[in-house]
Design a protein around this ligand. Structure first.
Ligand code: ARG
Length: 381
């Protein structure tokens, strides 16, 4: 990797251009996510059962790593340069002036914390205590890219306190009918008092970036992103999926595949007034088929839904990687004219993500384009 005239070493403007370099996560040292104000992990199908604490078993780690390594090999066989996170002691407790937490989480999902926005790396604030230092396993790479090419930008979002006051505890107690009643208010387990976002709530479409308001990203976080990115020529659009009562990370809900085509989640339609951005600009939305696994069949400790099925990784506008057993989705994508590659990945589900979550694209071909020429946009200033 050398800095040459031509494509900067960090260059990724959307989710689909030809992939050249990517970070693939690792389960090394992974721990169970602790119960904390922003997260109430549950053993699947056993409400109230105590959720395990401390480190994951050696077997669970080895099984996830085998699949992550398999993804890395597939990517390399396609000419993609693959990088991995550094070591981090996730078993270590954290104590800051504002909170304590018994252990940290893992580096399986770089997507959640790191994002490439054009030629710039942005580190998210994060929204959970156990993930406060999750940028650290990637810092050796950030420094490498930043030193290698003066065109590479690096922006670190302000760290929130994650004190009790940042969270809304009663959120967890709301019965379903109350969630339904409040579905348009976009109030979740974080308040608006501080800037909060996870990188995985964003999806990149050239000069336009959509950001989901969620349990992991608040309106202050979206304002911060607008204020930082608008002067650099981006347009930041908040988006909402009102029927998702526990929204977190957009990549199992609304997944662009190539210019003009988005894979959508039939259980979570985009808010009606936000749909026109896509339909007015000639985009087609296609619904993902029912996943092969039901929610009840997802791994016992997995906190994500069956819709991990649609968490695909694009290698180019014509090639996509899909989980090996998701045949209905593979068929749909093939019908759209895509070349579909597959890898087994179900042992990674326990760590909250699938193929898109467990990667962070550093370099793709291409440049900033306008895919929404007739968008109506109100900048902050
Ligand atoms: N909340 C999503 C769901 O359960 C999972 C999102 C996973 N994405 C990620 N980047 N970790 O459907």
């Amino acid at each position: 990797m050398t800095a040459i005239a031509g494509t900067p070493v960090v260059n990724s403007w959307n989710e689909w251009d030809h992939l050249k370099e990517v970070v693939v996560g690792s389960a090394d040292g992974a721990c169970f996510e602790p119960t904390e104000p922003g997260n109430r992990p549950q053993v699947r199908g056993r409400e109230g059962a105590p959720f395990p604490t401390g480190g994951k078993s050696a077997q669970a780690v080895a099984q996830a790593n085998a699949e992550l390594d398999g993804l890395a090999r597939l990517l390399e066989s396609r000419g993609v340069s693959v990088r991995r996170p550094g070591r981090h002691d996730f078993g270590r407790a954290l104590r800051t002036p504002h909170f304590e937490v018994a252990n940290q989480y893992c580096a399986v999902c770089p997507r959640d914390v790191m994002i490439t926005v054009g030629n710039e790396i942005v580190e998210a604030t994060m929204s959970r205590r156990a993930r406060y230092f999750e940028y650290e396993p990637y810092r050796h790479l950030v420094y490498e890219y930043w030193e290698a090419d003066p065109r590479v930008g690096w922006t670190v979002a302000p760290k929130p306190t994650m004190s009790d006051a940042m969270y809304r505890q009663d959120f967890w107690e709301w019965p379903v009918d109350e969630r339904h009643r409040r579905m348009h208010s976009s109030e979740f387990c974080i308040t608006q008092a501080e800037v909060v976002f996870d990188a995985a709530d964003m999806s990149r479409f050239g000069r336009d970036i959509i950001v989901q308001e969620s349990m992991t990203t608040n309106r202050a976080g979206i304002r911060w992103l607008k204020r930082v990115l608008e002067p650099k020529g981006f347009r930041v659009h908040p988006v909402h999926f009102p029927l998702d009562y526990f929204p977190s990370h957009i990549d199992c809900t609304f997944v662009p595949l190539r210019p003009g085509l988005v894979l959508t989640n039939p259980d979570r339609p985009i808010r009606q007034d936000e749909l026109s951005l896509f339909t007015d600009n000639g985009w087609e939305l296609i619904q993902a088929p029912e996943p092969v696994l039901t929610n009840d069949e997802m791994p016992l400790y997995c906190q994500s839904s069956k819709w991990l099925s649609m968490n695909v990784l694009s290698l180019s506008p014509t090639t996509v990687i899909c989980e090996e057993q998701e045949k209905p989705l593979q068929d749909l994508l093939a019908d759209q004219g895509l070349e579909v590659l597959t890898v087994p990945f179900r042992n990674v589900f326990e760590y909250g993500g699938s193929l898109h979550c467990s990667t962070w694209d550093i370099r793709r071909d291409g440049t900033r384009e306008d895919y929404f020429p007739s968008a109506v946009y109100e900048p902050l200033v």
